[in-house]
Ligand binder design. Sequence first.
Ligand SMILES: Nc1nc2c(ncn2[C@@H]2O[C@H](COP(=O)(O)OP(=O)(O)OP(=O)(O)O)[C@@H](O)[C@H]2O)c(=O)[nH]1
Ligand SMILES: [Mg+2]
Ligand SMILES: [Zn+2]
Ligand SMILES: [Zn+2]
Length: 1594
Amino acid sequence: MESTATMEGMGDGDPPVHHNLGGNRNKGTQLQTLLEDLGLKQHYTEKLTLSKILQIDLKAITDEPVKCNSDLPWYFLKKLMMVNVTARNLQSELESSNDGATETNEFDFSNLSDITDSGDMVNPLDVITALFLCSDGFVQQEMALKMSMCQFSVPLLLPGCDTDQCKLMLWAMRDIVKTYRPQSLLQSKGFTEERIVLSEIPMLSFVRLGECSMSKSEILNKLLSNSEEYHDYFVHHDMKCGDTPRRISNGLTEITWYLPSGKKNIDIFSEPLAVANLRGDIASFETQFSFLCQTSAAVFVFFDNLDPECKLLTNLHHKTQMFLVGNQQSKSFSMDALKTVATKLELSKVNIITKTKQKNYADFVQGLRKKVNDVIENTKEKMCIEKMADIAHDLGILVDEDCPECQTAKENADAITSKIQNTVDYKATQLPLHGEIWKELTILEKEEFRLKNLGSKDIETYKAGLQKKKEKLRKKQSSENMSDAMTCFIKAISSPGLERRYFLKWMRMNLDNLSREKLSGLRKKYKEKCKDAKNKEAIRVIDKELSNSSLGTEHFFREMGQIYEASVSLPEHDLSRKQLQHLPKICAGLLLDGFPLELVDGDASNIPLTWVSDVLSQLNEQVSPKNKILVVTVLGVQSTGKSTLLNTMFGVQFAVSTGRCTRGAFMLLIRINEDAKKVLNCDFMVIIDTEGLKSAELAQLDDSHEHDNELATLVVGLSDITIINIAMENSTQMKDILQIVVHAFLRMKEVGKKPKCQFVHQNVSDVSANENTLRERNLLLDQLNEMTQAAAKMEKKEKNKCFTDVMEYNPDTGNWYIPGLWNGNPPMAPVNAGYSEAVYQFKKNITQILGNCESSANDILKFKGWMSSLWRAVKHENFIFSFRNSLVAEAYMKLCTEFNKWEWDFKESIYKWITNAETTISNLGTPASKSKIVDLKELILSLKSEVATKLMELEKVHLEKLNNYFEQKEGHVHLVERYKEEFANSARSLRRDMQNSVYSQLTAAAEIKQGQTEVQKIKENHTKEIERAVCALIDECRKKNMQMGDEELNQEFGKMWKETVKKLSFSKQKPTNVFTSVSLYLRINLTHKGGHASELLSQRRLQDCGKTSFKYKAKGKLERAQKQASNWLPIQDPTIRIQNIADNIIAECIQYVKEKGKTDAPEADAKKTKNYSDAYIQEILRIIDERLQKHEDVTVDIEFEVSLKQHICGIAARNFQKMHEDFLKENDPHLCLNKNKEMFCDTFKDVFNQRDQSQKKAEEFTKQCLKPAVEKFVYSKLGPAIISEMRKQSQFNARVYSQYEILLDLLSKHSFTEYVRYIRSYEGYVKEWILDQTVEHLSKDSKMFDLVDPHLDSSIRSIKAAIHKATKKTSNDLKTFINNFCQELGDTLVISQDKLGDVMMLNKANQVQFAHWFTQFVNKMEDALRQEFKRRDIQTILNHLDVNPQNELFTKVIGCGKQCPFCAMACVCGAGDHAVHEASLHRPQGLNRYRWINTQKLVTDICSSSVVSDNLFSCDATKGEWIPYKKYTDIFPDWKIPPDGSYQASDYWKYVMATFNEEFAEEHGAKPADIPTTWKDITRLQAEQSLNVSFNIN
Ligand SMILES: Nc1nc2c(ncn2[C@@H]2O[C@H](COP(=O)(O)OP(=O)(O)OP(=O)(O)O)[C@@H](O)[C@H]2O)c(=O)[nH]1
Ligand SMILES: [Mg+2]
Ligand SMILES: [Zn+2]
Ligand SMILES: [Zn+2]
């Protein structure tokens, strides 16, 4: 045997030289230096805690090599917490890193001695001992547990290094539970599951006396190992650094257990035994030796050289079986001495074992085994470790459980658990709230969401009834006095930190002990039965029994949650409510201590939302601002090692067991250390362990399919990464659970959450078989794709074709293969090193992914929000349509607000451009024209191409802004990612719409300019004629050379005027017939609508249309609807809807006509009518078409369309005709000329008398030309300015806010008529509301004038600048001066050329003088204008703006203009084009005229409830058929009507309906509704609050 050689001459791992260092005197300093060396010094006083060692730091997620001794403890802990059996191989790491260092410096041998010098090395036992010395009880417990899983020996007696006392590690071992099958259970195939410190099994101790050349520990390892599976239970000299001298661990007594599996061929011993191993010489550790002698069934003393006088052995008081084990091969061995001692001890030959030359180690060990077997078969000395504490106390050995915190905690826990006789009874009496009542509440809650048993009852009344029942149950809960158990429990967990932790551990252990026996049997049975789904009934029974008989701390916490929830339902000032308010805080503290919180109660299948939310809020408060989290979840079939996986990954302690174990879902916090925050970008990692999913066959039994689905959806929704645990040989089982998981992912995608997933395949031994796994991966992907399609079909989201559509998943990197957990056969098998290693790699990978991912619920509060939203949606059947998340809503609103801004930026710059373009058009051909182009057509073309380019650029900018927005990290943009395309489309269509509108405006401007130019030419000619005549007259009068008085001059002028005018030819402009033109365009518009349309068109003359109000004739529609309805179904008159649509379109068109017909400026003296342009009627027809298209759900027949268009066109044509005629009249050359007669006469007189005209002309010019131009300028700027101003107001930030404000406003008005107006004609109401808001806002603090002033100012400034420049340039000629002046102003002001011509006639004014006066008059005008604007009525101003603010704001507020097909609430979606419409708040349909046919009573049903029920509806869109509400998307695929999030969600409308029930009935000609009782209790405040909730405004 190879190892034999090395064993010779070694003493229990110690070179003899160091032997005596174990002396106690040195120990204090030895310890000091070692702890310093290991970097643990500080922790000797300040013990390591679990939360410290479990936190994620850089070391835990990187493979940084061990660099120095102070890394060793952490390295050991990291590996141990991941149950890695290589944890004790410490120095191999250190060496290899040192090797690396020497390699780089080959010739430097100075280091060499350092490396080989064992002085630098640390014995693993020293590291372990040091760690135990530096840890608190909970870390010790965890270490012992993990060590025993690795089948490492664990400390039984820990040397107390600075004192002489050692310590019995009872508490540390408390958590170790072992399962084995002793001989007695061989037949029954039963097994024993026991807390090892309570097991009564014989202990055999192995000690050394003096020096020994045999390695005791290695012999023990061999003794306990199977021949095929050798395992190092004890550290021995031949292990890495095992031969390094021990510095503090002498006196350490370790223990390990041998437990039989019940398999004859494997078991070495058929009964269980414990093996204790004392390190060091018993001569130095007498106390420990006595302890072992008194507790063991036998003591084996190893020696080389026996002192015949050995007092140590001979003076023993306690008679234990003693075996002397010597090595005859040792030189110091003396047979005589052995004989002497044996005789003194009265030992028989049996008790002497020697190793001879003839016996090799295998034989020797075999012999030893036989002795051991004899002992355990015959001994009566069986003592459990708990009992050993008494002996320890007698010997002055400390016991770790003796600390007062632990003792008090134990007493408290025992006080509770000692009363438990029968679990079922106990739960019923001591924990009553969370049992049946909570389950009933859960059922009621779900029914409220699902309305399964509604039958033919009235929905809202039914819901009110459920609400009442819930209240009753809550009352019942809070009326119960708190049980003794709960009082004690709450008191105990309110105690300070350490005691509390001890208490909970005691509770957990006590409760485990109580239920273990029963449960482990049941679990085993359950697992067995599960193998065959035929045992359905049996499985169900066992499952029920399992849940009944389990009683853990989670039940106490559950009860606490219910106590709290019940108290919250009490009135705010209630005393008992106040007394319980601190409970969430306690629980938050526990979470921070590392205790799990139950999220989902697996028995009731429900989340106590109030409780959990409040705990999370408290938690947030306690850690803020360090409240960022990342969430990891695991999902998989039952008992596939999910909890084990998480425990291994994170060192935590989720409950692990065979059989059904985890119920519901638990969450746990893990701190992230500062150094790892750079990698992970969060403060905590939240880990969620879940109940195993059942296979489909099992699931059928008890509706647990639903439960599984709910659970999976919730946890997937909560997590940033989901681990899908697969450990199945059976592929159908795998399919079942994948199906559930795929559903969950699909739903998340639809609600805007993108969790990542990783598949973990367990029990895959041959990882290297890559080809095999590749095939498997592809197979998996195929299956996933298939399931995605199926799931997508079920959820009606067919566009998802493959798994990768649903989520980010890469088959190459998303699969992990993990070998089996155990290396060998339990219970003696250690954890497989491969398992731990693979899990570690996986953990690294997960942290890496998490580091790169942008979390969607990145802080505790958001997590809480998601949880509530998800759970509410889960409670509905149709998850996707029920999902309403405030985070998403918030993110969406933010996006809308931003988008609105960009949209306005876009529009504003276009409006500016148009104003300029119109100025350019108007100025064409005048001195003011700056354009090189003189041809109007050419100008229009060039403007069009200019604006097209500009629009493209703006669109690009707009889209860039959108992209940038989605690239930023804040604002949860990824939640609204799916809306991005909608918004992008909206930006594009805005560009198209604007282009259309701008083109049409340019065309209109051009047509008007054309008309003006003609008129102007005529007028110009006439003026010239008159001027010539006047000049002639002056000459004539001068020739007469006589004084002429005013009277005579007037007479002369009058004569001349008459004659000249008579000579002039006034070709009177004939008005065009607008009707003809409009008719033509209407016909063109309707050509593609077919022959019937044109036939209808021909039936009526346009002139006759639009004279009376439009009435929609519903050819028998109502009758049809009534006939089809059975008696109990509600109906609404379909004609009303259509009439409403028509009314709105008509109103809009009339508004447009009015706007076109308005005069430029409100002042009478500057009044100017615009001419009609064909562009107007084209625009109107476009508007009608667009609006009609919006209501595609209403089938409008061709008769309706034609008559509506005729009606509108009739009205428009009549107005336009008048407008056109007015324009002609106003511009009639004869009339115009006569208007100026007086002015010409005055000028004539002035010239004749050679009076200076400059003052008069300057005044005229200012008044006639400049003032209107300035006014027009201001008006053109004012529109956009007002819009900008109003958009700053919160109610116009986004559509949602407007709707919210409107409803709030209505509530404060508390007026029935207002409500009726709002409901009847929503659009009209909104328009007026906007106007009111605008006027109100602008009236405040002369806001309007503040907006006017800067523009007035800027125009005056440019006028003055122009005067200045013109003065400089000009010669003596006034005309040139004026021309120059106009040119300077060319791109800002439009100076009317005909007026200018009039003023300039016979103008002989002095240019310098003129300029002087001119400046003065401009100043005067400025003052005058200021005064006027201040005086002017805001409403009048609004009516005369180029860009109408109300219209712009209206389009913003009204949005897509769609209304809920049932209750007519308006859509709130933000983008212009969106695929799905959604209203924030639905209302009782009775408000929208729905009534029951038989009773004529108004209907109280609310759409958001109806869509859950089995009720039917019928309307125009269903073509009279009755369709279940649940399938409303079949009829209205573009509507999303999420069910109510809570019963209170629609309180607003319930309040309104309850308040005005009678009035509405009368208004709608129906009978008042039966108002559900709870509605009447709703207060105005509650109504207001419900608005806040529904609109997500806080
Ligand atoms: N043989 C073997 N057993 C394992 C493996 N992983 C876990 N186990 C054992 O399987 C049992 C169940 O493990 P758990 O971690 O409780 O499984 P779970 O998936 O959390 O179970 P539930 O919560 O009940 O669904 C435990 O006894 C584990 O020790 C493995 O890879 N191989
Ligand atoms: Mg589990
Ligand atoms: Zn509705
Ligand atoms: Zn919409």
